[in-house]
Design a protein around this ligand. Structure first.
Ligand SMILES: Nc1ncnc2c1ncn2[C@@H]1O[C@H](COP(=O)(O)OP(=O)(O)OP(=O)(O)O)[C@@H](O)[C@H]1O
Length: 243
């Protein structure tokens, strides 16, 4: 593949006291990818994600984004480099409407004259045109998640990091979220941590499987789900549907 490397970790890891949550991970992400991180509970996916997003500081190794060392930077410094982050805790403004949330997200990134058209576009993308004046606290869980994805979409980050974007969603909501993430991937490189294998099957291109703080396998969805080591460590007898 000739595409440029966007983000790279070298022997990056972190320990909490005696717990080696992530050991020494080498990970390479190329421009335009949609990479899924999967693995059993406690495998280190979330901690790895948090090191990419600046929520956790690595105790060894480093992470480079566009060849600049970003490990040790704070989340807001990382966001400033053009990285959009959706953590498990939603960062929306509860008292503001859908439209106002999108406005807030875009205000510092787009020219004022470009804002209305960008907001219309994203309201359509997230399917909330009819609810644009509803206050966030009145929305259903899935709708609030879409607003947050819309807030990422409108600021057009180069890299988007999503931690369990489909958590707690109904089947229908999961399908819509998958479409939305594919739309985000049309303009941004994306990393997704997720448990829901059905959701992963809808969006996956390259998949990295974590186990016991290390990368167990990497490859296409089909490759990793047919890998005996992945079956043993994670999937067990789970029936996987291939598109
Ligand atoms: N702040 C912390 N202090 C101590 N141990 C931690 C901390 N954060 C994570 N760990 C430990 O690190 C290991 C990896 O946890 P992590 O949450 O990254 O796994 P995960 O793959 O995301 O699991 P899950 O799918 O359950 O979210 C676990 O043993 C966890 O208990």
């Amino acid at each position: 593949m000739t595409t440029n490397v966007l983000l790279e970790t070298r022997k990056m890891g972190v320990s909490f006291g005696g717990v080696h949550a992530v050991k020494e991970v080498d990970f390479t992400l190329r421009e335009g990818e949609l990479r899924c991180l999967i693995g059993p509970n406690g495998a280190g996916k979330s901690t790895f994600f948090k090191m990419l997003s600046g929520q956790v500081t690595p105790t060894r190794g480093e992470c480079r984004y566009r060849e600049q060392v970003i490990s040790g930077k704070r989340p807001w410094e990382i966001a400033r480099l053009g990285i959009g982050i959706k953590t498990q805790v939603p960062s929306v403004f509860e008292g503001l409407s859908v439209r106002e949330n999108l406005w807030q997200a875009a205000a510092n990134k787009l020219a004022k004259a470009a804002l209305p058209a960008a907001i219309e576009q994203v309201l359509g993308d997230i399917g909330l045109v009819d609810l644009q004046h509803a206050v966030l606290s009145e929305l259903a869980h899935g709708q609030r998640q879409w607003v947050e994805l819309g807030m990422i979409l409108i600021s057009k980050p180069q890299l988007v990091l999503l931690d369990e974007p489909a958590a707690g969603m109904t089947h229908q909501e999961v399908r819509k979220t998958a479409q939305l993430i594919k739309a985000i991937n049309q303009q941004s490189t994306v990393v997704v941590v997720e448990h829901d294998m059905e959701f992963i099957s809808m969006i996956a291109q390259q998949v990295t499987v974590f186990n016991q703080g290390a990368v167990l396998a990497e490859g296409s969805f089909r490759e990793v789900t047919q890998n005996p080591l992945v079956k043993e460590a994670y999937l067990g007898n789970l029936e996987i549907k291939h598109a």
